[in-house]
Write a protein that binds this ligand. Structure first.
Ligand code: GLU
Length: 503
């Protein structure tokens, strides 16, 4: 059997982790089986629809680098792939069910249904949903009333007194009593629009979907869908309801736990491949002892029988670890290109949005090596490298003073440091270290004490990217100017009065 599966989002919200996980598992399964992965927009809920959410979907998938084989943007043999362009089809199929006696016209007004709901609430009745009032109207009479223009919906006539069975690839055999299924749900609304159930089943059938992989929250709709397939006389697809994604407190993952929308992860400086790698593990296993996978490697290993029944727990710390790993796996050039938008947005090269001159960008790329090992997010990079692009303000004198030292000794340490700048600017790390060691020995000072004021003077902070690399990138002239500025502050009378010995 040819595997065909789909991601069928409703554009009523931003793309989030749960949706991406569903899409990714469908993608991997299709790839693993040599099948086709389809994107279908389920935009029947016109009240909550927003074109911005469609754009968000394309942006999110474009950024992630996940593609489909058929879809609204690229077409395909089973199109159109947008439900609002298929309304005539749903009407046709709803009529077919009416003719077969598997569905019926319902003339109950919204007001009656609301009164029914309220009356049950007052009576604390367990019953929910429609009371099937119109189910027994003789078909001819109902057809006449509908033809005369009486407002109506079309409802599915659920066969009562029976059970519906299906096998879920993950959860096993599932059986529901039909009497417990949502009572005779609406298939076609009074405005002629289909409901999710009708459109979803008709499309899965017409698009030749062989496997429905979707989140477990849809499980309660599946008996109804199976009944619909039977009513049409169609073979249902295979179902596989994916484990839920939870926060660490065991509740469904939501904004309370942290970022959930793909936009937000992107803004925070996650790499798309790190995010995909982590999301691929939410409820699935691949290979013992292996953490890092490319999409191709995941697709080679993805199997439905390696899915977990238990809910997946979304661990932000683990994702952060992945992000750090992926950052370190990039070449400096690739990382610089990925980080450039964050640097531009943060105003690293001037005004916010400014992408910098070719010289700026060359410096940025060269500086990536200084921070690559120390960051978890791309968004951290501009904050860490600001001192290379703008002279930082000279910190207060106390900042320069090493532990157990004082201002006079610090001035002396910085003067020695100043001496070293010219040679340091031309040496690699190992040679630079040897030089500093030798000089510290000669002066009888600790290496750390020698480097501390120099670091504060050159980078503007006690904690900074590596000092030798910074001096090399800034060059001797700019480094010396900063040290001279710092010496000016340290030698001023106000510094003296502001400082006592650092303990
Ligand atoms: N439109 C539904 C959603 O928003 C699709 C559910 C399904 O995959 O059947 O997730």
């Amino acid at each position: 059997m040819e595997v065909r599966n789909r991601y069928a989002p409703s554009p009523t919200g931003l793309q989030h982790i749960g949706g991406i996980r569903t899409a990714l598992f469908n993608y991997l399964f299709a790839r693993a089986q040599g099948g086709a992965f389809i994107l279908r927009l389920e935009d029947t809920d016109r009240a909550r629809f927003d074109q911005a959410f469609v754009q968000n979907l394309y942006d999110a998938f474009g950024w992630l680098g996940l593609t489909w084989d058929e879809g609204p943007d690229i077409g395909g043999p089973a199109g159109p792939y947008v439900q609002s362009e298929r309304f005539a089809l749903y009407r046709k199929y709803a009529r077919e069910l009416l003719e077969k006696g598997e569905a019926y016209y319902c003339f109950c007004s919204a007001q009656r249904l609301e009164e029914l709901r309220k009356a049950r609430e007052t009576a604390r009745s367990q019953e929910a949903g429609y009371d099937r009032l119109c189910r027994d109207i003789p078909a001819e009479e109902a057809a006449r009333r509908a033809a005369a223009g009486e407002p109506h919906t079309i409802r599915l006539k659920i066969p009562l007194g029976k059970s519906t069975r299906f096998t879920d690839r993950l959860l096993g055999d599932i059986e529901w009593k039909n009497d417990d299924v949502n009572p005779d749900p609406v298939l076609l609304k009074s405005d002629g629009f289909p409901t999710y159930h009708l459109a979803n089943v008709v499309d899965d059938h017409l698009m030749g979907i062989s496997h429905v992989l979707r989140a477990q929250e849809w499980l309660s709709s599946t008996p109804l869908h199976v009944i619909l397939y039977q009513a049409f006389g169609w073979e249902p697809p295979e179902f596989c309801h994916l484990p839920m994604v939870m926060g660490q407190d065991g509740k469904k993952l939501s904004k309370r736990h942290g970022a959930t929308s793909i936009d937000e992860f992107r803004r925070q400086g996650y790499l798309p491949d790190a995010l995909l790698n982590y999301v691929a593990l939410l409820g699935a296993s691949y290979e013992e002892g292996k953490d890092i996978y490319t999409l191709e490697e995941l697709a080679e290993r993805f199997r439905l029988d390696k899915l977990n029944k238990a809910s997946a727990v979304f661990d932000y710390k683990k994702l952060e670890w992945y992000n750090g790993q992926y950052i370190r796996m990039k070449t400096d050039e690739d990382l610089a290109a990925l980080a450039l938008p964050y640097a531009a947005e943060a105003g690293l090269f001037g005004k916010a949005g400014d992408e910098g001159s070719p010289e700026d960008r060359a410096l940025f790329t060269a500086a990536i090596a200084l921070v690559k090992e120390r960051i978890s997010f791309l968004s951290e990079i501009p904050g860490k490298l600001g001192y290379l692009f703008r002279d930082p303000p000279v910190p207060a004198a106390a900042e320069f003073i090493p532990k157990k030292s004082d201002l006079a000794r610090t001035v002396r340490l910085l003067e020695i440091g100043r001496d070293l700048i010219l040679p340091l600017s031309g040496l690699n790390d190992a040679d630079a270290e040897a030089l500093v060691k030798e000089r510290a020995g000669k002066e009888g000072v600790k290496i750390g004490d020698l480097l501390m004021p120099l670091r504060v003077a050159v980078t503007g902070a006690r904690v900074s990217p590596p000092l030798f690399g910074s001096i090399r990138l800034l060059g001797a002239e700019r480094s010396l100017a900063r040290v001279d500025g710092a010496l000016g502050v340290l030698r001023s009378p106000s510094a003296d009065s502001a400082c006592s010995t650092n303990v």
